[in-house]
Design a binder for this molecule. Structure first.
Ligand code: PG9
Length: 606
């Protein structure tokens, strides 16, 4: 009857006789002695199997979260298709995160001017692969690497000086250039959601908290805080070394240039067969895969490197993708791609006797036609010929040049244009994932949003490539941002899906911080009341505007709180803008002359 002692035993092991796999936690030593926590799942009875490796800052143990006797059910959704007994699955915590030793450096730059140590994620990947092929007896000595977003970035780093056993790779939505167009900034405009990410990632080795909120609506929460710098100070982010570095480099200086992965892969091009993959509406890393792939193609490596753009939100490749918001696809486009392309592509390089699985140079979904399209020679270049679609009088849009004129609006930083219909809850994943396909009618009647549209199209307009915004504008301020959206306006009635009648679907949108209009590295104030050109690239598309639809271009100066507000008065560093720096400005968009504002479209088959 006595109940004393310790009911918790220290050496209990779960009996795994009925499991179809063996799971091991190991610490793998790197060349400097630091050990990295690694989870290895080996199908029972396996021999001569390839290894699929993912390196992550997001908790390696969390990739096999379920205590199931079946490997397929034990792993997370992104790995289910790989867990059929034909791969050894390996997840590793990168340095300093979760179970790994060492210091964590946010997207650690490669050895060199920004990293004077002897290790980086290239050497850590190399040392890990070396250990795995020598110590996992069931392996056939061949490794593939995969991972999305940050984990896509770790794949790209492994490719810079790959271990000979690394035979194939797939960076999925990799973060490639945090300043130009991935997570941190877009063309110099800072993305406020990073503040939550920074406390989550850099206040603990595990998972830290997000920022405290005053209310349900993030529009009000961020507006209340003032500048990004003020919000960061209020919540203690100014103590984080990476925040200090980031805010000390608001422009595209050497700090950013030296850690841009597209520049690095161009300097160390790889012949390892690689699929560079991202979402068409990738709300976090829409820049990376396309630009890294373009850099490799330019270097003559377009045969072994493939570009894939699916009709997906960020990382949706690892989940089901039958639809994106209201857009419905034919079947599960992510599962089908994984099963019919990605895995056979990996198999051919990793498994003896696997059939060849050639892939086209690029595979890009056409969301309007609802199918994949293969491209034997996909080319996007800044100098490519594009067809201008001009802004015209009376809010018109057309391929003919317009007469001189302008349209004005008052941009008030106290009332920025929301990126989602309010309220915008902080933790609503679904709304964040689908914001890039949201119907833009919720803002098109605002006085500070200009909406130009073509007449109803009588012929299809097919785009293949990257459109450019080429806007001529003057402002009464000395600073300002330009947001340009290319939109497909559905017919007013749409019988096959009635709720899509009149829908304004963004196809490509982006922002330019006006101080960088002439140089990303060398900002300059905007001369007040003088017409300036604001030219910038929009995300890559493969899209058909169908007859019966219209093309719309929307222009506005804020997109909040995705992007921090521009005070519209030139200050040296917007992170430190004071409340009194924020001022209204009148923006006048020109058409015809002195500048013919347009979006430059990569139209094919005209
Ligand atoms: N987009 C996230 C990220 C990547 C790289 C750096 C910071 C954030 C992610 O989903 O991992």
């Amino acid at each position: 009857m006595v109940q004393t002692g310790n009911d918790i035993v220290s050496d209990w092991q779960q009996p795994e006789d009925n499991f179809d796999y063996v799971k091991k936690d190991v610490m793998i030593p790197m060349r400097d002695g630091v050990k990295l926590h690694t989870v290895i799942m080996i199908p029972k009875g396996a021999h001569d199997l390839p290894i699929l490796l993912e390196r992550t800052p997001y908790n390696a143990s969390g990739f096999a979260p379920n205590n199931s006797p079946h490997m397929k059910d034990a792993v997370w959704s992104g790995d289910t298709d790989w867990a059929d007994g034909s791969y050894i699955l390996v997840w590793q915590d990168i340095r300093g995160k979760y179970g790994s030793e060492g210091d964590y450096v946010m997207v650690r730059p490669p050895r060199g001017p920004l990293n004077p140590t002897k290790t980086d994620d290239t050497t850590d990947a190399y040392d890990t692969i070396d250990w795995l092929v020598k110590n996992v007896d069931q392996s056939n000595g061949r490794v593939g690497m995969i991972g999305s977003s940050y984990d896509g970035w770790t794949v790209t780093m492994a490719l810079l000086d790959p271990h000979p056993a690394l035979k194939v790779a797939a960076p999925e939505s990799p973060m490639v250039d945090g300043w130009m167009g991935d997570d941190w900034f877009h063309n110099g405009a800072f993305r406020l959601g990073n503040l939550d990410y920074f406390t989550g990632q850099m206040t603990q080795a595990g998972s830290g908290p997000s920022l405290p909120r005053w209310g349900y609506d993030d529009y009000s929460n961020f507006l209340r805080a003032g500048s990004a710098g003020a919000m960061a100070r209020e919540h203690g982010l100014d103590k984080l070394p990476f925040w200090q570095r980031l805010t000390a480099h608001p422009a595209y200086d050497a700090f950013w240039q030296l850690q841009a992965v597209d520049k690095m892969v161009a300097a160390h091009p790889t012949n390892i067969p690689t699929i560079w993959l991202q979402g068409f509406w990738d709300q976090e890393d829409i820049y990376g895969a396309t630009h890294a792939w373009e850099a490799l193609k330019k270097k003559g490596y377009g045969d072994t490197n493939h570009l894939v753009i699916g009709p997906w939100w960020h990382s949706q490749i690892n989940r089901s993708a039958e639809h994106l918001g209201p857009l419905k696809w034919k079947g599960d486009t992510a599962r089908d791609f994984r099963q019919q392309e990605l895995i056979p592509f990996f198999n051919q390089y990793l498994r003896d006797g696997a059939p060849a699985h050639p892939m086209p140079q690029a595979m890009i979904y056409n969301p309007a036609e609802n199918h994949w399209q293969d491209f034997a020679n996909w080319t996007v270049s800044d100098k490519q010929q594009r067809t201008p679609l001009y802004l015209q009088a009376d809010m018109g849009l057309g391929f003919g040049k317009a007469a001189a004129g302008e349209d004005s609006y008052v941009s008030d930083p106290a009332k920025p244009v929301p990126y989602l219909q309010r309220p915008i809850p902080a933790d609503n994943e679904d709304r964040w994932r689908t914001w890039l396909v949201q119907d833009q009618r919720f803002v098109s009647d605002r006085q500070d949003v200009l909406s130009y549209q073509t007449p109803v199209l009588t012929k299809a307009v097919k785009l293949e490539g990257a459109p450019f915004a080429d806007i001529f504008a003057k402002t009464t301020g000395t600073a300002g941002d330009f947001v340009v959206k290319l939109i497909d306006v559905y017919p007013p009635t749409y019988p096959e899906q009635p709720e899509m009648g009149g829908y304004q679907l963004p196809i490509a949108l982006d922002i330019l911080r006006g101080r960088y209009r002439n140089s990303f590295s060398d900002p300059s104030p905007i001369p007040a009341n003088k017409v300036q050109e604001y030219k910038f690239r929009l995300p890559t598309v493969n899209y058909t505007f169908k007859p019966g639809h219209r093309i719309m271009v929307q222009i506005q100066s804020t997109l909040f709180p995705v992007y921090d507000r521009n005070p519209q008065k030139y200050v040296p560093n917007i992170f430190h803008a004071k409340p009194s720096d924020y001022q209204k400005a009148t923006i006048s968009i020109q058409h015809g002359a002195p500048g013919a504002s347009a979006v430059l479209l990569p139209v094919v088959g005209q």
